[in-house]
Design a binder for this molecule. Structure first.
Ligand code: PRX
Length: 653
């Protein structure tokens, strides 16, 4: 609530700096014209862009196909290759331009030109083909954030294999579940990665995953990154450097239908296990490419640093695909922001001449907390644009970013979008849109959004509040949930009879038509900009032999946005004293093992039972209030067990 209140009283407006506007791709008039043209006929607008901006082997004749709505298709009779669009087409004009600037946590730097990137991608693509991987096969990628992760994704795209990147922070169990859901034939992993001064034991986790299932995996390719000792299983595990050694640095791209799945990316929902969000080739690439250009104003000479790991959608769209399709130079940094100290991000900006910096509010808050003395030590004069993504940015953090990093001049693009939307949906266009701290401003050209009430009716008025919906299909939208199209339709379209795409966020729209995202309406937590289903964490807790029942809620957290707060009942007596302390630690480790460290509850509280209504529903609203330490003012008389409240508050026993 505090966030809602603070943004609703936020009245500051920052028009774009004239010096920026003078050189920007779009000024307000140009953006207005583009938006108006797109709104008239969004399908025609996107179709024209697809024709003009993408390279097609077989041009398409169908723009938007609504036959099986809400399973929309775009450009479906055309054929293209995503990797050729990201790399090959730049070889003539900017083959010697740096495509990737990589810096490892230990300070090692590697630069790859477009020509070199092309050669690396082709060699790996050839190696994959030699191992029998063909169009439509799934390949799971479990790598550190590295140039090789981009190479692996692009190599899959080059041969029409469907990649599914699993974030390196996920546990062996989470990796196994994802591999099994995709039915992947091949795994690409590494001996490890450097993070926070430690080695992330990726190969060890991969071995554990493969030992516990994953029967479809035939081979795994292992990148040598750390060089420390790991076990290689003969016949299954192959070193990356060995499989590419004799491969030629050329390979013909495999042309695929525009609707051919480019990748699956797992994300959390309010029920059940993570969903494999399925994205297309043509429509997805168009969305990633155009939004990268509009929102980040990409121009010759830019060094674009999106800090997101390739394991998340932001890393897919704004590390691997969008900027490369535009022929830009991207920066990839492997490690943690605080190694060796809290100045690392700013040192990287200085050393690599970063011009565009795109990160998450959780990182901004952490850097703000570390103190202004860190950015003050570095030359940040090359920076010309700042961005934010992943959760609502609180005005205080926005203002710090604006003042301390932006020198009160640089535009800030607060970009709202989702794994499912594939590309940025709402954001300022930096040379055109006046910004307000905490608002993602307005939908981009070709995106039609609205706010509706419980019945699905548009909400009007100067402070309209309700469900955020998208009212017209767009090219980069998800196509389905892998293996469960019914769930796709029910989750995203069912609420209002297939009329709108329902984002699952609540929002306000102010008198200027600016959107203020308020957070999720479902049981999804946003921890450090990452989505976690409460159900997922609850299932992990309940899988521990001593746990009978668990309820998980979010609690506001200064840096992470939200933290995980778990209420747990045990089999047998309620744990007390040292036993309780030991069990808390054990349960936290257990969740880390089942899902990953990001899901570890910050708080665990034991109770004899959970607060339920007489019909047996857990009263989450009450638990959220308790987690926040608020006085309980709500009516608890419908509780089956009203006496439990004091215990849940930790005031008894
Ligand atoms: O609640 C919104 C929040 O993050 C959710 C999407 O999470 P995910 O699929 O993991 O993708 C994150 C990166 C695109 C949304 O439903 N969210 C994302 N960006 C913003 C945001 N909330 C407010 N403002 C944003 N800029």
């Amino acid at each position: 609530m505090s966030n809602i209140e603070s943004v609703l009283t936020e009245k500051r407006v920052f028009p774009p700096d004239p010096a920026f506007v003078a050189k920007a791709r779009f000024n307000a008039d140009q953006l207005g014209a583009l938006r108006a043209e797109a709104a008239q006929d969004p399908a025609a607008f996107w179709t024209e862009l697809a024709r003009k901006e993408l390279g097609w082997q077989t041009p398409f004749t169908v723009g938007l196909d609504e036959t099986d709505a809400p399973n929309y298709r775009w450009f479906s009779d055309g054929k293209l290759n995503v990797s050729a669009n990201c790399i090959d087409r730049h070889l003539g004009e900017r083959g010697d331009q740096v495509a990737i600037r990589f810096e490892g946590e230990k300070g090692d730097v590697r630069l790859l030109t477009y020509k070199e990137l092309h050669a690396e991608v082709c060699k790996l693509a050839n190696a994959l083909t030699a191992l029998g991987v063909t169009k439509g096969d799934r390949v799971v990628i479990y790598l550190p954030h590295s140039a090789e992760a981009v190479i692996a994704m692009q190599a899959c795209a080059r041969i029409g294999a469907i990649h599914s990147v699993v974030f390196g922070g996920f546990s062996a169990a989470a990796l196994r579940d994802r591999i099994e859901d995709t039915g992947a034939r091949l795994l690409i992993t590494a001996d490890g990665g450097h993070r926070g001064g430690n080695i992330v034991e990726l190969k060890k986790a991969a071995d554990e995953a493969l030992a516990s299932g994953c029967k479809t995996i035939e081979k795994s390719i292992v990148l040598q990154r750390t060089g420390h000792d790991i076990a290689m299983q003969a016949g299954r595990d192959l070193w990356w450097h060995d499989v590419v050694a004799d491969q030629p640095p050329h390979s013909d791209p495999v042309w695929v239908e525009a609707e051919h799945p480019l990748f699956l990316l797992y994300t959390s929902g309010s029920t059940g296990k993570p969903k494999g969000i399925q994205h297309s080739s043509g429509g997805y690439l168009l969305g990633a490419m155009m939004t990268a250009r509009w929102v980040f104003d990409l121009q010759a000479g830019d060094v674009f640093w999106c800090t997101a790991d390739v394991g998340w959608i932001t890393g897919h769209s704004y590390v691997t695909y969008g900027p490369l399709a535009n022929g830009s130079t991207i920066l990839i940094y492997e490690g943690a922001p605080t190694v060796p100290d809290a100045g690392r991000f700013w040192k990287i900006c200085q050393d690599h001449g970063v011009t565009i910096f795109y990160t998450a509010p959780t990182a901004i808050r952490a850097l703000m907390k570390a103190g202004d003395e860190w950015p003050a030590q570095y030359d940040l004069s090359k920076l010309r644009l700042l961005g934010s993504v992943g959760e609502p940015i609180n005005p205080e953090a926005w203002m710090w970013y604006h003042r301390t990093i932006g020198g009160e001049k640089l535009p800030i693009v607060d970009t709202w979008w989702q794994t499912e939307t594939g590309a940025i949906m709402m954001s300022p266009v930096p040379g055109a849109t006046p910004t307000k701290p905490g608002s993602c401003t307005q939908p981009l050209p070709g995106i039609l959004a609205d706010v509706v009430d419980e019945a699905g009716n548009p909400v009007t008025g100067t402070e309209a509040g309700g469900y955020l919906v998208i009212t017209h299909p767009w090219p980069s939208m998800l196509r389905s949930i892998w293996g469960d199209n019914e769930r796709y339709i029910k989750t995203y379209w069912g609420q209002f009879n297939n009329k709108y795409y329902v984002a699952g966020d609540s929002t306000h729209r102010d008198a200027d038509g600016y959107y203020w995202i308020m957070g999720r309406v479902d049981d999804v937590l946003n921890v450090s900009g990452h989505r976690l289903g409460t159900m997922e964490v609850e299932s992990a807790l309940v899988s521990h032999p001593r746990v009978a029942e668990a309820a998980v809620v979010g609690r506001p957290h200064e840096v992470k946005g939200e933290s995980v707060f778990a209420f747990v009942t045990c089999k047998g007596a309620r744990p007390q004293g040292d036993d309780a302390t030991a069990l808390v630690k054990e349960l936290r480790d257990h969740v880390a093992k089942e899902i990953g460290a990001i899901a570890k509850p910050d708080d665990i509280r034991f109770a004899d039972n959970l607060p339920k209504t007489r019909s047996g529903k857990i009263m989450r609203r009450l638990l959220r209030a308790i987690a926040k330490g608020e006085e309980i003012t709500q009516d608890t008389s419908t509780l089956e067990n009203p006496g439990i409240v004091a215990q849940l508050q930790g005031r008894e026993g």
